[in-house]
Design a protein around this ligand. Structure first.
Ligand code: HEM
Length: 347
């Protein structure tokens, strides 16, 4: 199977994602879904499951259900509030250290260290170990960004045993996989969100004036600049979806970024609009397999984006962006910005 690439789904693409009816792609050997309603129906269909080499056993399904229930409990609203109270002062201190009037890398000086603090807190590791484990986890993150590269896959597999022995949290999803997601994937997603705001100075300014809109703005940023381009599924039964007759065993590719820009679902989908309400984006999936960490990601995103835009009235890119990553997701190598606070008149 070739690597699924739609250049229109790239963040700096001059053309909007191309949305089309479901079709079978011979090269990819998979059905391709890009319309919002088709992708949502696929997430909700009991005839589709996450791809696997062999059918899942009842015990494996049971284990997944247990993992989800455990994660829901471990990520209760009260727990999220508690973590937020710990990280907000750390974020604030880092924010105060950001310079004005000269370029600073928002990714390395703000997003990554804040995400690492959160990852250490949530996975209950010794903060002294956090940087070492973040470096160790790099191949896992690289293989997530490009799942079709066998070399990256092998490197990722080889570091997993070393990572696994370092995490002992009660909930399985808050051990090594949660650490990788928070210390590597989250800063990538937030870098894309900040890049989107940098490209829309008016939206940055509106949010600066009304930081109370941060929660709504984060949802819109997740829709507009959400991370994963696609997710895979496999049919466990015959089904009809979006007019396509899909047979048991067929593979499907769900184009998430395309669905999040479907004009049939979102008015002016290629505009970033922090006032947009009820977005219902698919960045964290939907249905049975939706991301169990979604509310933690929302809390963390608001905790980092709100004070940033509230403190600085504007920000501009100091240099053009270079992108890295792979077919699944891409993110800026660096995010060099010049930040400005409002000049308060003394008269
Ligand atoms: C920026 C970071 C993250 C992004 C973009 C993300 C995105 C997603 C998406 C799109 C899915 C759906 C997969 C599918 O339907 O095939 C998913 C599933 C999942 N996520 Fe996340 N996630 C992130 C971070 C996290 C974190 C921090 C955790 C743990 C606390 C987590 C735990 C999970 C789990 C356990 C599933 C599988 C749920 C299932 O199969 O039932 N994720 N994630």
């Amino acid at each position: 199977m070739s690597i699924p690439i739609w250049s229109s789904d790239e963040f700096d693409s001059p053309v909007s994602p191309h949305i089309e009816p479901a079709y079978f792609d011979k090269d990819l050997d998979a059905w391709v879904l890009s319309r919002y309603e088709d992708v949502l129906a696929a997430f909700r269909s009991s005839a589709l499951n996450i791809e696997s080499k062999r059918p899942r056993t009842a015990e494996e399904d049971e284990g997944m259900n247990r993992m989800r229930a455990e994660a829901r409990e471990a990520l209760s609203p009260a727990q999220l509030r508690e973590w937020s109270e710990v990280i907000v002062p750390l974020i604030e201190a880092r924010l105060q250290a950001l310079p004005q009037g000269r370029a600073v890398d928002l990714l390395d000086s703000y997003l990554r260290p804040n995400c690492l603090d959160l990852a250490a807190l949530v996975t209950e590791i010794d903060p002294q170990d956090a940087m070492r484990l973040q470096a160790l986890a790099r191949p896992v993150s690289a293989a997530t960004a490009e799942p079709y590269d066998p070399v990256l896959r092998a490197e990722s597999k080889s570091v997993m045993p070393q990572l696994e022995v370092c995490f002992h949290g009660k909930a399985e999803s808050l051990r090594e996989s949660g650490f990788v997601a928070l210390s590597h994937t989250l800063p990538c997603m937030l870098a894309n969100a900040c890049h989107a705001l940098l490209q829309s100075p008016r939206q940055w300014m509106l949010l600066h004036r009304e930081p109370g809109l941060a929660e709504q703005a984060v949802e819109e940023l997740m829709r507009y600049a959400g991370l994963s381009r696609f997710l895979g599924r496999q049919a466990v039964d015959d089904l009809i979806l979006g007019g396509a007759s899909i047979r048991k065993g067929d593979r499907l590719i769900l184009r998430i970024i395309a669905a999040n820009h479907d004009p049939a679902r979102f008015t002016d989908p290629n505009e970033l609009d922090i006032h947009r309400r009820g977005a219902g984006h698919l960045t964290f999936g939907a249905g049975l397999h939706a991301c169990v960490g979604a509310n933690l990601l929302r809390m963390a995103s608001v905790a980092m984006i709100r004070p940033l835009v509230a403190t600085f009235s504007s920000a501009v890119l100091a240099e053009p962006i270079t992108w890295q990553g792979g077919s699944r997701f891409q993110f800026p190598v660096h995010l060099p910005v010049m930040l400005r606070k409002d000049v308060v008149s003394s008269t």
